[in-house]
Design a binder for this molecule. Structure first.
Ligand code: AMP
Ligand code: ZN
Length: 474
């Protein structure tokens, strides 16, 4: 298929056209949350913009398989393998077990995602599910001479790589700051930038979750989990790996080091990073104590989707400063927008020419390095333009597949549900076939209209590797 989408690839420091390994399919991996506390709205900015990328890929016609891990072991207080395991810290704080904490905050994370209309990834895998995979990769790295045992722990030997610092945008000196943010230097390491693959004997003896391994009872390091979980579900070649900019070093650098040493070839072609949400005092972080959550915004009567609009109005590659003043403006704008769309009279003809014109403007904005603010501008322009209400409503529904702002909620609620399931099934399957034929003819306006027609009846379609799936929504 035609590759229209471009976005910034941190690996090459350039905006690049997206060309997947397999035509028409995108294999995407997202670093999931560390579930020792609620996600703050800064974390969620990253997930909103990754959701935007995924939905844009789907909108322009890709089949996407998206995998996300849940970090429930191994992420230490400092990214540099020092400090306490964050999960243990959370468990102590709340006098619960690590698994209780993990369950509670994993659920809380996905509740927040739901409120922000962030789509659930196709695969979600907790790190503690994959211990045999971690052990297997570490054994292979030891065998190939990329890892060594020292002081009971297993380390990755970064000196074995010609180019460990693959993200050229940052200097080695700058990157090492992250490694130095904890005072204690690990005397077992051969090189300062080496990192732990498996902990056994260490000062972190209080670690609650431990597993048998060929090197003794212990637990995995944080970086190994993303390499193994992505390979488990996406294979040896990946298209897009995402995360916040703080993940570039050391986390993603280490992921690339161990994955490519293990595979013996290039692993992932595109690295997508979202810049931070800051408050006035600087970067938002969970460990700072007070932090902003979706529940806090709700308790102040903000609609979480007003926060989603706030994120969409700014570019993912720019730092974004949060303030209640801006959120107030965004909330007012959001309410006005939904009200305006709610007043459209959906009856009448959809003008397919206008539909195609505005759909392609919207697509163009997104394909230009995910210019979400421009995409929102296209929505406003479209609402002001001279065309029938039915066309405007069809376009608003189409745009909302990506923006996910519940723009047409008022209209969807008016629709009635078909009563008989067998009849319904036959009807939906017929529509799916019609839509497939339209897509084949590259008549995307018609394909979208079919999808929207079904959505109005409370039927949502999902394009998956196995074909189109449908479910009742409402
Ligand atoms: P964590 O739960 O700490 O592992 O972080 C989850 C995701 O949020 C990661 O992709 C981080 O890079 C990202 N992240 C952390 N802090 C921020 C922030 N202030 N703004 C945006 N994203 C962030
Ligand atoms: Zn990761």
């Amino acid at each position: 298929m035609e590759n229209k989408l471009s976005f910034y690839n941190t690996l090459t420091s350039r905006v690049e056209k997206f060309i997947p390994n397999e035509d028409g399919r995108a294999a995407m991996y997202t670093c999931g949350p560390t579930v020792y506390h609620y996600a703050h709205i800064g974390n969620l900015r990253t997930y909103i913009m990754e959701d935007l990328l995924e939905k844009t890929l789907r909108y322009v016609g890709y089949d996407v398989k998206r995998v996300m891990n849940v970090t429930d072991v191994g992420h230490l207080s400092s990214d540099a393998d020092t400090g306490e395991d964050k999960m243990l810290k959370g468990a102590k704080r709340e006098q619960k077990t690590v698994m209780e904490i993990a369950k509670f905050y994993t659920d809380a994370f996905f509740d927040d995602c739901k409120k922000l209309n962030i789509k659930m990834p196709d695969v979600v895998e907790p790190a503690t599910n994959c211990i045999p995979e971690f052990i297997h990769m570490i054994e292979a790295l030891l065998e190939k001479g990329y890892a060594y045992e020292s002081g009971g722990n297993i380390y990755f030997d970064t000196s074995r790589l010609a180019d460990y610092y693959v993200f050229s945008s940052q200097s080695e000196k700058e990157l090492l700051v992250g490694v130095r943010d904890d005072v204690s230097e690990d005397a077992n390491k051969k090189n300062k930038s080496d990192f732990v693959l498996w902990f056994t004997k260490s000062k972190f003896d209080a670690q609650e979750l431990k597993w048998e391994s060929p090197w003794g009872v212990g637990y995995p390091g944080w970086h190994i989990e993303c390499s193994c979980i992505s390979m488990k579900h996406l294979g040896e070649y990946m298209d897009i790996h995402c995360g916040g900019v703080d993940n570039i070093f050391p986390h993603h650098t280490n992921e690339i080091a161990q994955s490519e040493a293990y595979l013996g070839h290039k692993w992932c072609n595109y690295w997508f990073h979202v810049h931070h949400l800051n408050d006035r005092s600087g970067k938002m972080s969970k460990s700072k104590g007070d932090f902003l959550t979706v529940s806090l915004l709700e308790s102040k009567n903000y609609n979480p989707l007003a926060y989603r609009l706030f994120c969409l109005q700014s570019h993912y590659r720019k730092p974004l400063e949060f303030s209640y003043d801006v959120l107030d403006n965004m909330s007012a704008a959001y309410e006005k927008l939904v009200k305006k769309i709610g007043m459209l009279d959906g009856t009448g003809e959809v003008d397919s020419g206008k539909f195609a014109e505005y759909r392609s403007k919207f697509e163009e904005a997104l394909c230009d390095d995910l210019n979400s603010a421009m995409a929102v501008t296209v929505l406003y322009d479209m609402l002001k333009a001279d065309m029938s209400d039915a066309t405007k409503l069809a376009l608003a529904k189409s745009f909302d597949e990506v923006l996910s702002l519940d723009l047409t909620g008022a209209h969807a609620a008016k629709e009635t549900e078909p009563a008989i399931d067998a009849e319904l099934e036959a009807y939906v399957l017929e529509k799916i076939a019609e839509r497939k034929a339209a897509k084949k003819e590259k008549d995307f306006a018609k394909a979208d209209a079919i999808r929207n027609e079904l959505l109005e009846k409370g039927i949502a379609l999902e394009d998956t590797r196995e074909g189109v799936k449908w479910k009742r929504v409402k």
